[in-house]
Every structure is written in C-alpha cells, then in structure tokens.
Ligand binder design. Sequence first.
Ligand SMILES: [Zn+2]
Length: 208
Amino acid sequence: MIHEVLPVGMLQCNCSIFGDEQSREAIVIDPGDNIDDILAILRQHTLTVKAIVITHAHIDHIGGAAKLKAATGAPVFMNQKDQTLYDDLAVQASWLGMETPERTEIDSHARDGDSLTLGAATFHVLHTPGHTQGSISLWIPEENKLIAGDTLFRDSIGRTDLPGGDRRLILSSIHDKLLTLPDDATVVPGHGPNTTIGREKERNPFLR
Ligand SMILES: [Zn+2]
C-alpha cells in the first residue's frame, strides 16, 4: 500500500494519500489545502481518487475538499454531525484571517461502522466525537494503522474549547474506541508526528 503524508496549509494538517498498487485507486484523507501538491503526488503514483474522507469539518482539514472533488470527481465522505460546522466555514475562515474556500456537497455520511475498501484493505469508520461532534477516525487493520484526525496526538489530545468540543466525550471516545486497538498500531494524527497506541496509553499525560 502506498501511503504518503503531506502536511498542508498554514496549520500543517496531515493529509494522507493511500494508494493501492494493483488497482491504482486512492483514498485521500483531509485535503485541507495545497491541492496542487496532492494532485502531483497522485499523478506521480498514477493514482485515481475513489474517495475523499474528512475526519472533521475544521477548515484546515476540509478547506480543499471542493477543489479536490472538482479535479477528481471523487465523492466526499464526512460525518453528518459536522455539517453545521461546514456550513459555517466562513466563520472559521474569519478566525484565521483566511479567505473562505469554496464549499461542496457531502456525498456520503461517514457513520460509525461504515467502511471503505482500497485493494485488500478496509478503512473502518470509528465515530470519535469530542474535538467536534462529527469527528471520525479511520482504522485500517490490514495496515495496522489509525488515522486519528484531531482526536489523538503524540503526547496530547484534540482541543475541546471550540464550538462542538466536549472534553468528557473526547476522553470516552479515546478510551473506548482507540485505546482498545493493538498497542503496536501506528497512529497518524491530524497534526505532528506519528505515534503508537501503546506509547500514548503509557505516556500521554491527558489519558492518565
Ligand atoms: Zn480540528
């Protein structure tokens, strides 16, 4: 499996590009910005995007979704509970002093228990609310990898002081749905360096 992680935009959101070597199909997660760079990586690997998945509707994760969808025709997956946040993209842009990016329709609701396939791998949608109401994580058992969005970071957890944030909820999401994954599973957070489930269980000061 091809997996490229590209930090995009001024907040350096980790955009993941997964590609299957046989079918040459790809799943792009959190195309927040720098769509031209994402398209260049797709071209370099001769990949066709079959799905665009949004872990949550913060602008740094979803800002480039419309542009990537226009360029590839791929459907956008996002949990419905973040629709209001996406509708308020102009408000988010004003917090950051950014221009409001173009918005698009969400084609499919990424519900807890849903899954997408890419080659032999299955991307399982885990609804992990708390950072936002509609935050999801993606668990890919064949790769032993978790795409955690802004729910879990190396040594930290997602902030819960923004609209829709809930500290008790993010902690129960992490304990019930993420820390139950294998200790040696790689965690790719929405920002910053990778970690593992075991390392965060042992050392994350927010999970004591
Ligand atoms: Zn966020």
